[in-house]
Ligand binder design. Structure first.
Ligand code: PRT
Ligand code: ZN
Length: 285
């Protein structure tokens, strides 16, 4: 039987979340601490555990059909792979940073300066879009120490909380791109593998949609129902059930996580009461 080969990071910031996502998709993966390859027990996929630096290459060559990788790596490696889905974890940003005591004068600060980075391609594209001539010092890691040891004037690197910059006496001055884990695919994927991939993507979007929404139940005065329905259109439309108490009903719907608090504030002004909010495990649109 055909299997879909998926490359995921063996150990690092992407590995646990990648396995968790597959688990949320109902895919059982045997415990495989030291193995580099394993098969799911209830879904036709085979997992390859690799360094994240190698994943794009395996997918470009079709050795793996799909892979999970940071968007920053995908852009930097610039390989012929399809970007299939954004996965919403391992979020970070790629930014320019300079010594904290320097006065930042805007992007022209970098003109003719030396910038150390492990992402020379992304940086060079950014500099040329902005018409800036700066020198790029490509290094493999520990980029944050470059200004302190006199290797460069500035750095371009991944920032998450910002504490690494702080610890190294640097400040973030320009955000170049946001990144998150993405699913990439081999453009020449076989028909049988594509069919499995479609099933997997269907499950991934159900998991992702569920994570982005909450189930909401509330009591509303009949007079406010139209306004509340407009605010909470739900998946098709809200469910409305009459309450025993005259003039009131119970309304069930879904709300986007990122709009949640604004919606709650608005609901209160419409006279909603007894608002219950619950997580959704899977959401099929
Ligand atoms: O061993 P392998 O080669 O497989 O892994 P790796 O060490 O090359 O990569 P890994 O596991 O560190 O990161 C994998 C991916 O996670 C990256 O390509 C990013 O897409 C994403 N990611 C998310 C991050 C971070 N957050 C992050 N904070 N990658 C690296 N960092 C580092 C960053 O380089 C910097 O040194 O964390 C530091 C900054 O963090 P803050 O929180 O101090 O700002
Ligand atoms: Zn790596």
């Amino acid at each position: 039987m055909s299997k879909l080969k998926i490359a995921i990071q063996k150990s690092g910031r992407l590995s646990e979340k990648s396995l968790e996502l597959l688990k949320q998709c109902g895919i059982q993966i045997p415990n495989s601490d030291r193995k580099l390859q394993t098969e799911a027990t209830n879904f036709p996929i085979e997992l390859l555990f690799l360094r994240d630096d190698d994943i794009h290459q395996y997918v470009e060559q079709g050795v793996a059909d799909i892979g999970i990788l940071g968007e920053n790596e995908v852009l930097e490696k610039d390989k012929a792979v399809d970007l299939l889905e954004r996965l919403g974890f391992a979020r970070c940003r790629l930014s320019l940073a300079i010594p904290k005591d320097e006065v930042y004068t805007g992007i022209s600060y970098f003109k003719d300066r030396k910038i150390a980075t492990s992402y020379p391609k992304i940086l060079s594209r950014y500099l040329s879009i902005n018409g800036l001539a700066a020198e790029i010092e490509a290094i493999g890691g520990s980029v944050e120490i470059a200004p302190g040891i006199g290797l460069a004037h500035a750095i371009f690197d991944i920032v998450s909380t910002g504490s690494t910059l702080l610890m190294n006496g640097l400040k973030e001055v320009a955000l170049v791109m946001n990144s998150e884990a993405v699913l990439i695919g081999y453009p020449g994927i076989g028909a049988a593998q594509k069919e499995i991939l479609d099933r997997l993507c269907f499950r991934i979007s159900a998991v992702r949609n569920a994570g982005e929404h909450k189930y909401i139940l509330l009591n509303a005065p009949d007079a406010a129902v139209d306004k509340i329905c407009a605010l909470l259109p739900g998946m098709k439309s809200p469910t409305i059930l009459p309450l025993v108490e005259e003039g009131w009903c119970s309304l069930h719907s879904v709300v986007r996580e990122d709009q949640f608090w604004e919606v709650i504030d608005q609901l209160k002004t419409y006279g909603a009461q007894g608002i219950l909010v619950a997580p959704i495990e899977k959401m099929i649109l």
